[in-house]
Design a protein around this ligand. Sequence first.
Ligand code: KG4
Ligand code: ZN
Length: 414
Amino acid sequence: MHERTGTRLGTGLILGIESSCDETAAAVVRAGSDPLSNVVASQMALHANYGGVVPELASREHLRNIVPVVREAMSRASAAAGHPVTFKDLDAIAVTEGPGLAGALLVGITYAKALAYGLGKPLIGVNHLEGHIHAVLMETRQQAGTPMQQPLLALVVSGGHTHLYLARQQSGEGNWSYRNVGRTVDDAAGEAYDKVAKLLGLGYPGGPWIDALAPHGNPRAVPFTFAPIKSRPPRPGVINKKAPAQTEGPHFDFSFSGIKTAVLRYVETHHMRESIDARRAALAADPSITPKSPAIKTLCDAQTLDLIASFQHAVVGNLLKQAFAAAESLGARSIVVSGGVAANSELRRRFQAEADRRGLPIAFPSLALSTDNAAMIAAAAWPRLLAEDFASEDLGATPQLRLGQASPGPRFIP
Ligand code: KG4
Ligand code: ZN
């Protein structure tokens, strides 16, 4: 799918485009490390009414937003550069090719393809998960001026993914390679946050609500446990999307559907339905209440706060246990945590403390680059531009695209 063609590096500017889920995003990044602009049009408010992302609505919103978002990214890039930055100044257009929602991905890909074709510029397809990792790499390069030590262990933890990768760069500024060494066998960690928040009558997405409320409860009140995950060898000819990361060697997989069910059982056995319904009604009646509002705490009794704190403590503890076990077993020399759940304050605090205890460098993205954005897509495309590893005309949307592994499922070519 990738082509190598001769090109000359000009300005080092890449326009990144991201539309895999519920954010339409565009960014202009110079040399993979200097974001001149980073524009995100979030559809969160639209999907909040349904308690989750509605794929058809997402595609329609991307269609509505893609042109103004790209225009805004170009105009902010001009302001940051101090001179006009036009499409002609770009060295390449980079776009997310998967994983994600087919219809949503197709909007970004179709637009990026048309733009690249019209301008005669190279097109670069980027894996969304690779993008999340590069959000951190870009910022660490900016801040410290030195790259993270390799091989690095990357935990990508978001609403759709909970994956562990051992990553290294081929040489100098060459392409990156990734080995998938762990993944969820059912729900993603962010999905568990979203489902538990919904169950408890909190808002969508659930992560920020639980993050804000957890410090007010006792994290040891409810002892949630995680059973070990058994790896089963794949049946010949059968692609199991949920199969553990690898069948040979150690694997560090996750499972978050059990804790979601345990929270539900706790709610039922402790007769919490009535207070949950009251909270849901109070939040519906006052849309100005956000996770940061002091009012939200008054809507939760001590039992609810303890349940929330215990849930978060258990989820973060499990992510931490698996990530550090993988790092130790695989000889990782640094750790990167990225994706929407990496915005979580308890996660950051406990991962940082554990990394310090072990003397391992660790990095998280800034809050703005934790959730979906296009600067990370442009940053991930930079080594590809240097390697002249470009997408061909048949670049398509691959909803089940994997990183470091063959991808199952269909590909949709616009
Ligand atoms: O990376 P992202 O924006 O989109 C996906 O690729 O999924 O991640 C969104 C996920 C949601 O599940 C949301 O609840 C979770 O990230 N999230 C958080 C926090 N902020 C967002 N989870 C825990 N704590 C947070 N502060
Ligand atoms: Zn994401």
